[in-house]
Design a binder for this molecule. Structure first.
Ligand SMILES: [Zn+2]
Length: 472
């Protein structure tokens, strides 16, 4: 035991030393090599073309410094980027909101491409469950700020660019101040209030918003708020839709899925995040709107391995935020507007009256008593089969909430009416309330007290009863 503690202390000390050395190296490189974020100044090259009888002076375009040509040559070779495009990239500033499954791959490619400054916003800390998809964070980054952890990895990818981490929750009071410093914004978040906040802020600041999302095996991508006047390659005045034009009203909070509740295959946000970076690069080098995902919505289906693009509705000429005469000219409280929290991904619903709820310690006591007294007690776990297979309380039966409604209600009602105790449990104590309510609505009044649900579900069980029970 002592040996383990000594080794852990030694490793901690070495990690700190490594971090200091990396920072020192970064500062040295910063002083010795020109930072792109200070701008790469165009230079003209004069070359001589010789033919049989005379020498013609030919002036070529801008010239990049040697290190930049070497570093970015593979993309400069593309006619769509070239030297001029690379200069634009080196002088651009991109803000990535969310250093998670989408933000990590997007930031990685944008840092590699030499974007002059990358800002990264994330209030959260790195958690072990993040690492299968959030590829800028490693095991040793657990409990570190995600924005800081992402910035450190990006510095190791490209020390010629500026990385600005923002460990904050973006809201109406700070969003505009931050996004005004950038040219393009990437929405790599996972909640509806922040999507509306970013949309409105980007429309007000006249900045394009590249919006991605990923859940389970499916990903989506589009570009909102595109404005042609910012692109010298556009001939006509053109303005693409904003998020509000397409989704004027937020969806009910309980219908919105999350990676923590529904799961996600790591490579799916990887695909979408990489495409967000690609759209940002195309936008910055001056692709016109017909070559970008403007008013088009990309859907990636990882199950079928297909990409589909659907046409979005045209811009809403009465849109409250992006129309000619907007009714919304200031940012609002988006948590109130969406009736959902931007920070906490899992809701704590209050569906049942307190007398039908027990806590994890009470459940533990009951299970022990039942064992001693042989009383009939059915503990019903209403999570999905995949979750039940991951971890469960001994003796629990699995009736997933979706199937419970149709197939199991009668069976459970019969048991309750025959004096059995029935307790519902789920991961956090929301679905278990829904299932208990279905039974409570049907059961005889005298038997109602035999139906319970566990407050806080298996998370509470892990915290209060069995520390070895996995939290996921
Ligand atoms: Zn709009």
């Amino acid at each position: 035991m002592e040996h383990i503690q000594r080794l852990e202390q030694e490793i901690d000390h070495l990690k700190k030393t490594l971090q200091e050395k990396e920072n020192e190296l970064f500062e040295m490189k910063r002083n010795w090599m020109p930072m792109q974020s200070n701008g790469i100044q165009p230079e003209f090259t004069t070359l001589y073309s010789r033919n049989e009888n005379n020498v013609t002076k030919v002036q070529y375009g801008d010239k990049l410094p040697k290190w930049a040509i070497e570093r970015y040559s593979r993309q400069i070779l593309l006619p769509d980027i070239g030297v001029a495009g690379q200069e634009k990239l080196c002088n651009s500033k991109v803000l990535i909101v969310g250093a998670g499954g989408l933000g990590c791959p997007a930031a990685l490619y944008l840092a590699g491409a030499g974007i002059g400054e990358i800002g990264i916003v994330d209030y959260d800390k790195v958690d072990l469950t993040n690492i299968h998809r959030q590829i800028l964070h490693a095991e040793c980054d657990q409990n570190k700020s995600k924005a800081e952890s992402a910035a450190e990895t990006l510095k190791s990818i490209n020390s010629n660019i500026k990385i600005t981490p923002y460990t904050i929750q973006l809201d109406s009071s700070n969003a505009l101040d931050i996004i005004y410093k950038f040219d393009v914004i990437l929405d790599c978040t996972d909640n509806v209030p922040t999507r509306y906040l970013l949309n409105d802020a980007c429309v007000m600041a006249k900045l394009p918003l590249i919006s991605g999302s990923a859940l389970k095996m499916e990903g989506q991508l589009t570009v909102y708020g595109y404005r042609s006047e910012r692109n010298i390659n556009e001939k006509d005045v053109y303005q693409g839709v904003c998020y509000r034009c397409v989704f004027p009203n937020p969806p009910p909070a309980e219908t919105v899925g999350s990676c923590s509740a529904n799961g996600v295959a790591g490579p799916v946000p990887g695909v979408i995040g990489a495409l967000q970076a690609l759209e940002a690069i195309k936008l910055l080098v001056g692709h016109t709107h017909d070559k970008l995902l403007v008013e088009r919505f990309l859907i990636f289906d990882g199950d079928e391995v297909t990409f589909r693009t659907v046409k979005l509705r045209s811009r809403d000429l009465n849109c409250p935020v992006c129309s000619e005469n907007p009714t919304m000219t200031k940012l609002i409280d988006y948590e109130v507007f969406c009736k959902a929290q931007a920070k906490e991904k899992d809701l704590d619903l209050q569906i049942l009256a307190p007398e039908y709820r027990i806590n994890a310690n009470q459940l533990n006591e009951q299970l022990r008593n039942n064992f001693n007294t042989n009383q009939r007690h059915l503990l019903i776990d209403v999570r999905s089969e995949a979750e039940f297979n991951m971890c469960r309380i001994d003796g629990a039966v699995n009736y997933p909430i979706e199937q419970f409604r149709d197939a199991k209600v009668d069976e459970v009602l019969k048991m309750v009416n025959q004096n059995s105790q029935v307790t519902f449990i789920c991961r956090r104590g929301n679905d278990s309330q829904l299932a208990a309510k279905i039974v409570l609505d049907e059961v005889d009044e005298d038997h109602k007290s035999r139906v319970k649900d566990v407050i806080g579900g298996l998370h509470a069980w892990s915290e209060n009863v069995d520390r070895n029970f996995p939290v996921y």
